[in-house]
Design a protein around this ligand. Structure first.
Ligand code: 8GP
Length: 828
């Protein structure tokens, strides 16, 4: 248990040190004390790992007072708080961010150095908590950072998975192999088990009618929900928020009677079963799996979080006045994973606190808001009512009632019987969670302008027609602290020097001030130099960690994101193979060819066969292309193993060209596109998700647009014939035929048969239809890259005009459009 390994407060407590005034000498003493007290080693004995724990402990201690004070101010209730409910938080490493926000980053750096350690090496020890899959989880992590930075009283609630997103390895054939991510192997100095706030969560059982005619749930099992608290330090706000992640434990840890009869396995069974609830993150992204364990996870953390919030805001009250609950806290539902919280709050209000249905529903509706993160119908959660009824019988009853109320209310608003049928929350033995969230909450938002529009026009059209004012947009954002200041210290320094202060870090629109240097040759030179050094660093890192050599003078062309057909890694791959064919045949002159390093990073859901086959193909295209002497090393393909937040922070600042090439109408927003733009990469992309808004802001001339628009896709849908593209485009045919011939499978024509057949006959995401325009735009990109100064200018204009994409702005939009609340005073 991490708590036992790293007792908090183990540093000398003899004097209370005001964190901002601490001196470098005092810091050194504190670190040495932490080494001795929490690791039991002297400075002379300490290795990087000891140092990592000691520095983390000291930095935590520096933040502790602000943490306590922020909590106290949050609970005073003068400003409505935000409860962010998310099944995923893809946090990235904690130590660098905590040092940055400690108030004394330079002193910490100097202290570690003077103690004889390299801070980078110390930071490298940390294993990132991979408690999320991709964009959705990373967005939640950016949001809690911005909430703290903007001093919004908030608590992030989630699940402390023992195993996070799997660690990806490639086998000798290039296949993805999933290895367990036991990130807690050596404990974590960043978490604190908070037994004072333990909760109980029930599941299963039956609903009975009591003597006074009330419904009462008698769960079959009870679980302990143990919160693990993480500090969320704000940047320059003097505030430290809380991320509270729940871990499941059995109520009766150990059945001693059974154990004494030597049936060890039976004795621990109950415990094992209870703990399985928070054991592992479902490695699915943009897909939905209707597994019972997943519903158990969802209910477990939703119920624990609600109980926690009620006990926080009404401490010790047996009969709290819950009509004031929506004034004390507003809950944001991060996609449908926590939507069962709606039924749980209704249950508490009616069964536990005795409110009538109407009052309970009014409280509930005012408490919740829902963010949808997808446009793929297969990603919307629909639970089998039987399964739900077995696990949560009372909740199913309540949902049935809400469903009836909704139908009634829709009729009142003039909906047709057909529309009412389509909008049914509960029908044909299925429960539609997105519909429940839409009807039983105040607001629904999409995550980019286009996405929010498509939600209204297609996915949730019936609802939007009836309740237009419910719908709003909040375009995603990313934290510039992690994705600029920490990931790209060189560019950050250049920006700070140029703008004259560091204020841009929490007021990102100030980047606009760089625009006037876009034609200043001196500035362009510095900007280009930063990029080059970042590329050199990245190449070194790749050599060190994966043994792969790349040329920092080549164009770094990057596609990093989950592997999914709609994102179209396959189209990128076809372009690479087409280039390869052209270079081999002499159709394209190798001597004038712009050297390119194509960088992929992607995990595939373990059960997603086509995605896994694509990974294998990328690895084998890399093998063939990289080993072909005819190319003189001018075209290289690399696949970053185990792409995660830590590697993203290295790849993004080193990228020249960013690939955002999803089929229009499929990518809800994207967030790496924002990180790339801020870091001065140029994007090649379709008019999809937030690409639309990025292009609007950075300027059409600084963005390489290609491909069908949503309307084109709609027109083509229904009579799309991918084979006609295959047959009429020799480059496309050549690329697909090369795969089918066995060129990337040691001559075996069967290995990628499903991949090629799928493209020629189905191509559900129309890669073939967009291929020609994609090839052509890549030629324009190649030409543009030859003019280094013009290219750098495009990068500068991307950085200068992407201030809008800070998650601080997203949070401000939520405050204004959804939560209707504000901030605490900042304590600088
Ligand atoms: C992702 C979207 O695919 C991505 O465009 C967006 O930037 C990100 O969310 C943050 O908003 N969506 C999901 O990961 C997703 O829908 N996951 C499953 C819950 C369905």
């Amino acid at each position: 248990d991490a708590l036992e390994t790293h007792p908090p407060g183990s540093v000398s407590q003899k004097e209370h040190i005001v964190s901002d005034e601490i001196t470098r000498e005092q810091l050194k003493d504190e670190i040495i004390a932490a080494l001795r007290h929490s690791r039991g080693v002297s400075l002379a004995e300490a290795n990087n790992e000891d140092m990592y724990v000691a520095v983390s402990t000291v930095v935590r201690n520096l933040l502790a007072d602000k943490w306590i004070e922020t909590r106290e101010d949050t609970l005073k209730g003068n400003t409505k708080a935000v409860g962010y409910l998310s099944a995923e938080y893809l946090l990235g490493t904690q130590l660098p961010n905590a040092i940055l926000n400690s108030g004394v980053p330079q002193k910490v750096e100097a202290a570690v150095k003077e103690l004889g350690f390299d801070l980078n090496a110390v930071e490298d020890v940390e294993v990132e908590p991979g408690l999320g899959n991709g964009g959705l989880g990373r967005l939640a992590a950016c949001f809690i950072d911005s909430l703290a930075t903007k001093a919004v009283p908030a608590i992030g609630y989630g699940i402390r998975y023992t195993y996070g997103i799997f660690r990806q390895e490639f086998d000798k054939d290039g296949n993805q192999v999933e290895r367990p991510d036991y990130w807690l192997y050596k404990g974590s100095p960043w978490e604190q088990a908070n037994y004072r706030r333990e909760q109980r969560v029930g599941m299963g059982g039956v609903v009975v009618t009591t003597k006074d005619g009330k419904r009462e749930w008698k769960p079959a099992w009870q679980f302990r929900a143990i919160p693990y608290d993480y500090m969320v330090p704000g940047y320059e706000s003097g505030r430290v928020g809380t991320l509270r992640l729940w871990s499941a434990k059995a109520v009766d840890e150990f059945d001693l009677l059974t154990f004494n009869r030597s049936q060890y396995e039976d004795a621990v069974k109950g415990q094992t079963w209870a703990e399985s609830i928070t054991k592992v993150l479902y490695p699915e992204d943009s897909t939905y799996v209707g597994k019972q364990l997943r519903l158990e996870q969802q209910y477990f953390f939703s119920a624990a979080s609600l109980a926690d919030a009620i006990s926080l805001f009404y401490p010790g009250e047996e009969h709290p006045d819950m009509t004031t609950f929506p004034d004390k806290i507003t809950f944001q539902l991060n996609d449908t994973h926590p939507v069962i919280a709606i039924a749980e709050l209704m249950r508490l209000l009616i069964d536990k606190y005795g409110y009538d249905w109407d009052t309970a529903f009014s409280i509930t509706q005012r408490t919740f808001n829902y963010t949808c993160h997808t446009l793929l119908p297969e990603a919307l959660e629909v639970w089998d009512a039987k399964l739900m009824g077995e696990l949560l019988p009372r909740h199913l009853e309540i949902i049935e009632q809400i469903s009836d109320w909704a139908a009634h209310d829709q009729a009142k608003h003039g909906a047709s019987p057909e529309a009412i049928e389509r909008m049914r929350i509960y029908s044909n033995g299925r429960v539609r969670m997105a519909y429940l969230a839409t009807m039983a909450g105040s607001h629904v938002n999409g995550v980019a302008e286009l996405h929010s529009q498509l939600l209204k026009d297609i996915t949730l059209k019936d609802f939007a027609d009836l309740y237009p004012s419910k719908f709003t947009n909040v375009t995603n954002g990313v934290t510039p602290r992690r994705f600029m200041r920490l990931a790209n210290p060189r560019l950050s320094e250049l920006v700070t020097k140029t703008l004259g202060s560091e204020e841009w870090l929490n007021d990102l629109e100030q980047l606009k001030g760089l625009e006037k240097y876009a034609d200043d040759p001196q500035f362009l030179k510095k900007f280009a130099e930063v990029k080059h050094q970042n590329k050199v660093d990245f190449a070194d890192w790749l050599k060190r960690t994966q043994g792969v050599e790349i040329d920092p003078n080549s164009m770094f062309d990057t596609m990093i994101k989950r592997l999914h057909e709609y994102k179209r890694q396959s189209m990128k791959l076809l372009q690479v193979i087409a280039l390869y064919n052209q270079l081999k045949s002499g159709q394209r002159d190798i001597n004038t060819f712009q050297a390119r390093t194509v960088i992929f990073g992607a995990k595939a859901a373990p059960g997603y066969a086509m995605a896994k086959l694509t990974i294998r193909l990328i690895n084998n295209v890399a093998r063939v292309v990289n080993n072909d002497p005819a190319l003189q090393g001018k075209l290289r393909v690399v696949f970053i193993e185990n792409y995660n937040v830590t590697s993203a922070q290295r790849i993004i600042p080193a990228t020249d060209l960013d690939e955002q090439i999803s089929l229009a109408g499929k990518e809800a927003s994207g967030t790496s596109n924002m990180k790339f733009a801020i870091n001065g990469a140029v994007t090649v992309g379709t008019l999809d998700g937030a690409n639309v808004e990025i292009r609007e802001r950075v300027g059409a001339e600084n963005f390489f647009l290609f491909g069908m628009k949503v309307e084109d896709v709609e027109k083509l849908d229904g009579n799309y014939n991918p084979r006609s593209y295959y047959e009429s485009d020799p480059d496309l045919k050549g690329a697909i035929d090369a795969i089918a011939s066995g060129m990337f499978s040691y001559g075996d024509p069967n290995t990628y048969k499903e991949f090629t057949e799928n493209l020629i006959n189905k191509d559900p995401f129309m890669a073939l239809a967009d291929f020609r325009e994609y090839m052509d735009i890549q030629d324009k990109i190649e030409a543009a890259y030859q003019d280094k100064q013009a290219w750098t200018r495009m990068g500068v204009l991307n950085t200068a005009n992407s201030g809008f994409f800070t998650s601080d702005r997203s949070i401000q939009d939520y405050l204004d459009r959804v939560w209707m609340t504000g901030s605490l005073p900042q304590h600088k």
